[in-house]
Ligand binder design. Structure first.
Ligand SMILES: C[C@](O)(C(=O)O)[C@H](CC(=O)O)C(=O)O
Ligand SMILES: [Mg+2]
Length: 306
């Protein structure tokens, strides 16, 4: 699917009134599974891109690293991909380039937040925000520079835990006026706060169901009832996978064999199914036996000589 149609797809889904569920991919292969399980889209988490490189989520990863990962993931799925662009990787001109590169990577949208660089995880202490004016410039840069008008610009506000809920709502309204297509309300406490935010802000709303954070974990049915448009599970697969990796290493160390782990493993057969091993082998065989009417078959005599 072309970048344009992935973005158009995301935009259309956003107006459907349905809750869209975007799990965070840990790699391209997990995006294949996200599509197979009929989720609405794939999220590329900045926290996961960083953690995967054994780095904390404090704005250390570069634009190139994030774009490369996003491109690898977008390439294997027809679902819309939403990318965490942190603070946009610089000033307005850098943000313009961020949006252009992400569009070329086949991504359907990205979010840019109102934290000062260096940013922090939205659920940790020590965040500082840029002024409303500076954030409006970030949004304006993104909106103006997008090569594809369907590319979804999501504005994230981290204001709830810094300036309070009312300030977060006021910021979100200003961000919508500046052209944001979707508002990411970070670290709201609970259902009541989501309901207040929803009632006050007239734009599609994204809520973050990250574990061990400040927001009460709520089921999709509740989020749908609250009128939330997009939910992300940004680090869920990463935490599950890394939990399994830690346990497996401890088992091998203690037991001297991986035998007891076999049952929980993805099998060779399932892995080959997901990477379409057979299709590749069939393609290869077709090419290998390809001849034209004028071809003299020499492959056999060649190999006999060796
Ligand atoms: C959504 C988030 O920006 C991410 O990078 O995935 C993180 C998630 C997390 O650290 O749990 C955030 O909420 O800041
Ligand atoms: Mg992030």
């Amino acid at each position: 699917m072309t970048p344009t149609s992935a973005a158009a797809d995301f935009r259309a889904k956003l107006t459907s009134g349905r809750l869209l569920r975007f799990p965070g991919a840990i790699n391209p292969l997990s995006a294949v599974l996200i599509e197979e399980l009929r989720f609405d889209g794939v999220y590329v988490s900045g926290a996961v891109v960083a953690a995967d490189l054994a780095l904390p989520d404090i704005g250390l990863t570069t634009l190139t690293e994030v774009v490369n990962r996003a491109e690898q993931i977008a390439r294997v799925t027809r679902l819309p991909v939403l990318v965490d662009a942190d603070t946009g990787f610089g000033g307005p001109v850098n943000i313009a380039r961020t949006v252009q590169l992400l569009t070329r990577a086949g991504v359907a949208g990205c979010h840019i937040e109102d934290q000062q660089h260096p940013k922090r995880c939205g659920h940790l202490e020590g965040k500082t925000l840029v002024t409303v004016t500076e954030m409006l410039q970030r949004i304006r840069a993104a909106v103006t520079a997008r090569p594809d008008p369907d590319f979804v610009i999501c504005a994230r506000t981290d204001a709830r835990t810094v300036e309070g809920l009312d300030a977060a709502i006021d910021r979100a309204k200003a961000y919508v006026d500046a052209g944001a297509d979707l508002i990411f309300a970070e670290a709201l406490a609970d259902e009541a706060e989501i309901a207040r935010f929803r009632a006050a802000v007239d734009a599609p709303l994204l809520i973050n169901m990250t574990e061990f954070g400040r927001t009460t974990l709520l089921p999709a049915s509740t989020l749908a009832t609250l009128g939330v448009n997009v939910v992300i599970y940004p680090v869920t697969l990463f935490r599950v996978a890394m939990g399994a990796v830690e346990r497996a290493l401890a088992t091998i160390a203690a037991e001297g064999t991986q035998m007891s782990l076999l049952e929980g493993m993805q099998t060779r057969q399932r892995l080959y199914e997901l990477v379409r091993y057979r299709d590749y082998a069939a393609f290869d065989a077709d090419i290998y036996t390809f001849t034209t009417p004028t071809t003299t078959p020499t492959a056999e005599s060649d190999s006999d000589d060796q």
